[in-house]
Design a protein around this ligand. Structure first.
Ligand code: AMP
Length: 212
């Protein structure tokens, strides 16, 4: 392993644990590539690509997109500049086959496990509102200045189709059955650091920087 090898960090946690928010902050601080499989899939759905057409039904139901599609998507991303500048994975791997495929192609230096009790997750997710440009608001905790309008771009905000209470339950179920074993897998390798994901996003960011 070369000393100047690009670093690989996984942000892992339940849906709504704040992975995306923290990944954006870390990207600014560290200059790493931010690879969010959820964002990549949503862009593919919007553009109507073959991947988007295949993934849409799974996403709308709060189910996971099949591993073969996800592994191909990630390999394509890692073949780009990400692998040389360091990368933050947000939303991948979510299953053991994904983790095994990842381990076969890159070395993971740290897995940041953002921990938020499930009781808080539902409120966080169902109150989440997005702008088409990717800015994220919460109706209670970080509302926009004008109702339903992005402060930064003036675009109309929308709710993700999988951010409804029923879909949240399905997504949390998948986290328990498919993603917890991935955390255990990396714990076995000694690279997992747990971070309390409850509180102000800036405080949580400070906690993450302290363990990286
Ligand atoms: P996220 O924005 O990370 O919550 O992802 C939104 C949705 O995209 C998930 O509920 C899944 O349907 C799909 N998705 C994102 N990443 C993955 C992955 N690594 N494996 C399977 N499905 C994924």
């Amino acid at each position: 392993m070369s000393a100047d090898r690009a670093k690989g960090i996984i942000l892992i946690g339940a849906p709504g644990s704040g992975k995306g928010t923290q990944a954006k902050k870390l990207k600014e601080q560290l200059g790493y590539a931010h690879i969010s499989t959820g964002d990549l899939l949503r862009a593919a759905v919007k553009a109507g690509t073959e991947l988007g057409v295949k993934a849409k039904g799974f996403m709308d139901e709060g189910q996971l997109v099949p591993d073969d599609l996800m592994i191909a998507l990630l390999e394509e991303e890692l073949a780009g500049p990400a692998a040389s500048q360091g990368f933050l994975l947000d939303g991948f791997p979510r299953t053991m086959p994904q983790a095994q495929a990842l381990d076969a192609s890159v070395t993971i230096d740290k897995v940041v496990d953002i921990q938020v009790p499930f009781e808080l997750i539902e409120e966080r997710i169902t109150g989440r509102r997005m702008s088409p440009s990717g800015h994220v608001y919460h109706v209670k905790y970080s509302p926009p200045q004008a109702d339903g309008v992005c402060d930064k771009t003036g675009e109309a905000l929308y709710q993700r189709s999988d951010d409804t209470p029923q879909k949240v339950q399905a997504r949390l179920g998948k986290f328990d059955s498919e993603t917890r074993p991935v955390i255990a897998h990396y714990q076995g390798k000694g690279v997992v650091v747990g971070v309390d994901g409850v509180g102000d996003p800036d405080e949580i960011f400070t906690r993450i920087m302290a363990v990286l």
